[in-house]
Design a protein around this ligand. Structure first.
Ligand code: C2O
Ligand code: CU
Ligand code: CU
Length: 476
């Protein structure tokens, strides 16, 4: 194992620049590796506004005929005709206007996962867009929100189906001044899917055995996709340093990311950059979590390795897949022969994250997760489960009382982890989703500082969410 954190701060690094940068999507913000990757990234949506600090885009969800599995065209759903959907990019402080049109044969919404925006713009199941309907999503991006987010449908009971059909995309927020130096940047949207022999998407018939297993495990697929591609390749020079933004868009698969033979430097998670980079041999990513990684070309020129996901036992024993205990390859990483050139150093401190003061907490809540239930109940669109006073700071204790992991997500408000099973979490960072492993508990502190209205909280295994493992929070 190559240890390189110590080197990181002590010496200047080398990275690839100097060659003619190839155009990367439509956003020439970052230098690009010289050799061609086979990894493609969704194009960045064109900003149609000429008003400063405004991002105005058009997004349509519609049926499409696409090759979701290699070589086989099938009936899919797509945003602007592509899977994943186009990437939306904005800066902190920008006003964002998304003109959305639903050309699907069913009701949908777009949920802006992780964004702190007005409740009626959140795309929750309470604000459906019917077939043929339109909605303008209008919101302003907070300062301090820079990070990697994503968008996906969130209609009542149909989220898993619509995501499986192809509806998901990335939403990247950039700060005015990024604390990291300009590095070649890659977006990796991880997903998995299951197909029948004819290439159609394998969604089991309701009440079949397969459907019951999916309902318990969450639907996993044996085809691993990065930006919709099977085993794409990234080339990296020996010594080159790249910045990867990784999104888990899978319905249920949890990733334990590792690159055999080298470490990562994790620089951020759901709500943007950490205060300090941390070196890791592997990085766990539960459903809808995001990470930002700094990856170094650590191998010998001409050699290759893979980005893998290592086995992780999140399952109930009776429905655990037989092949769960195998690593799976996601992406090829090949070390090119070109010599490294321009040195680069990373800052020791990326930013300061303000502390949410736990002494201000007026309410301590316990949220119990059991199989398919939150606090013993299934979701009811007409019920409010939790009442919160606008401006309150609260401590939530999420307690998983069953033998399966449940990734817990709160809409609209990012939080800071306090402890896991009573053991303090030392590093302060912003989260909107946290995995709660079987029979474990997690506590976090959250400040409901704005945006009154109704908000969702739920398990982000999409099958669990759709079957009612969700509650409604009302802020007054
Ligand atoms: Cu990714 Cu309720 O959301
Ligand atoms: Cu969300
Ligand atoms: Cu769950």
């Amino acid at each position: 194992m190559i240890r390189w954190l110590a080197l990181l701060f002590a010496f200047a690094w080398s990275t690839s620049t100097g060659a003619v940068p190839a155009p990367r999507n439509e956003s020439p913000l970052h230098p690009v590796s010289v050799a061609a990757d086979t990894l493609r990234e969704p194009p960045v949506l064109v900003n149609r506004s000429s008003t400063p600090r405004t991002v105005e885009v058009f997004l349509t969800a519609a049926p499409a005929r696409l090759a979701l599995s290699p070589g086989r065209v099938t009936d899919a759903y797509a945003y602007n005709g592509m899977v994943p959907g186009p990437t939306i990019e904005a800066h902190e402080g920008d006003k964002v206007i998304v003109h959305f049109r639903n050309n699907l044969p069913e009701t949908t919404t777009i949920h802006w996962h992780g964004l702190h925006i007005p409740a009626d713009m959140d795309g929750s199941p309470l604000h459906p867009v019917p077939p043929g309907g339109v909605k303008d999503y209008v919101f302003t991006i907070d300062f301090g929100a820079a990070g990697t987010y994503w968008y996906h449908p969130h209609p009542d009971v149909r989220t898993g189906y619509q995501v499986a059909k192809g509806l998901y995309g990335a939403f990247i927020i950039r700060p005015a001044h990024d604390p990291l130096p300009p590095l070649p940047e890659k977006l990796l949207i991880l997903s998995d899917n299951r197909f029948r022999r004819d290439g159609s998407i394998d969604i089991p018939a309701p009440r079949s055995t397969a459907a019951i297993v999916d309902e318990e495990n969450g639907r996993e697929g044996n085809v691993m996709l990065v930006n919709g591609q099977v085993m794409p390749k990234i080339r990296i020079r020996s010594g080159e340093v790249q910045r990867w933004r990784v999104i888990n868009a899978s319905a249920a698969r949890v990733y334990r990311l590792a690159i055999p033979g080298q470490t990562f430097l994790q620089v951020g998670s759901d709500g943007g950059l950490f205060e300090h980079p941390t070196e890791a041999n592997e990085v766990m990513l539960s459903n809808s979590e995001r990470v930002e990684l700094v990856v170094r070309g650590a191998g010998a020129p001409g050699s290759a390795t893979t980005l893998q996901t290592l086995p992780y036992d999140r399952y109930m024993p009776q429905t655990r897949p037989d092949d769960w205990n195998h690593p799976r390859n996601l992406l090829a990483l090949s070390y090119t022969g070109q010599p490294p050139t321009i040195p680069v150093t990373l800052p020791r401190t990326l930013r300061m994250i303000p502390v949410l003061d736990t002494t201000k907490a007026t309410v301590h809540r316990v949220i119990v997760l059991s199989q398919g239930l939150i606090n013993g109940r299934v979701m009811d669109m007409g019920r409010v489960d939790v009442n919160v006073k606008l401006g309150a700071t609260e401590i939530w204790s999420i307690e998983n009382v069953v033998g399966m992991d449940h990734p817990f997500h709160l809409h609209g408000f990012r939080f800071q982890l306090l402890d896991r099973n009573g053991v303090p979490v030392r590093d302060r960072h912003w989260k909107d989703t946290v995995n709660v492993p079987k029979h474990e508990s997690v506590r976090f502190v959250v400040h409901f500082d704005a945006h009154p209205g109704k908000w969702m909280f739920h398990c982000h295994i999409l099958d669990h969410e759709d079957h009612g493992m969700m509650g409604i929070l009302q802020i007054n």
